[in-house]
Ligand binder design. Sequence first.
Ligand SMILES: CC(C)(COP(=O)(O)OP(=O)(O)OC[C@H]1O[C@@H](n2cnc3c(N)ncnc32)[C@H](O)[C@@H]1OP(=O)(O)O)[C@@H](O)C(=O)NCCC(=O)NCCS
Length: 181
Amino acid sequence: MEYTIRVANTSDAQAVHDIYGAYVDSEHVTFTIDNPSVDEYREKIEKTLKKYPFYVAEDTEGKVLGYVYGSPLRPHDAYQWNVESTIVLAPDTPRRCGIATALYRKFMETLKKQGYRYVYGVIVDTNEASIALHQALGFTQVGHFKKAGFKNGKWKGIVWMQIALTEDVQAPQTPLPFDGE
Ligand SMILES: CC(C)(COP(=O)(O)OP(=O)(O)OC[C@H]1O[C@@H](n2cnc3c(N)ncnc32)[C@H](O)[C@@H]1OP(=O)(O)O)[C@@H](O)C(=O)NCCC(=O)NCCS
C-alpha cells in the first residue's frame, strides 16, 4: 500500500488518541486502562518532539495508519542515552506490509544521528506480533518481568527488548534535541 512517513504535529492528536484507544481494552497490547484525552496526546506530541522523534505513517488521503515515538527509559540523568519506543498501527491498517518496519527504521536512524545508544521495546509477553517485529529488526530480549501488571482479571508479564544503535562509547556526548526531520 502507498504511504508516506512524516513528523507528527499536534493536529495528529485525535488520530493518535483513536488508534491507541482501539487497544486499551486489550491486555496483550498495553497496560494502559484508560485512554488519555486528546489534549493529553497533544501535550505528549509537543513534549516528545522537543527531544525525540515522533513519526506517523499516512496514506495518500492523509489518514494516519500508525505511529512511532520515543520516551525516556528512566528519569535519572545517567539513563539519558536510552530511549523507550512506542509503535502502534491502526486496527484497520494492513499488517505484514512493512509499515511498522519502515517507521521503526526511520525512528532509529534519527535517534542514532542524535547520539542515542540503545532503544528498548517494552512488550506484553503474549504480544507475539510485536515480539516478532522487534526480533526481525534485530532487538534481543534482555529482561522478562513476569506477572508485572494486572488487567482484565489476569496477571500479565512484560518482556524488555533492546537494540544497540552504536558501538561502545567511552565519553558519550549529551544527545542532540530532535531537529524536526
Ligand atoms: C506489532 C505491529 C506494530 C506490527 O506491524 P506490521 O506493520 O504488521 O509489521 P511489519 O510488516 O513491519 O513486520 C516486520 C516483521 O515482523 C514480524 N511480524 C510482524 N507481525 C507478525 C505477526 N503477526 N506474526 C509473526 N511475525 C510478525 C515478521 O518477521 C515481519 O516480517 P515478514 O512479514 O516479512 O515475515 C502491529 O501488528 C500493531 O500495531 N499491532 C497492534 C499494536 C501493538 O501491538 N503495538 C506494539 C505494542 S508493544
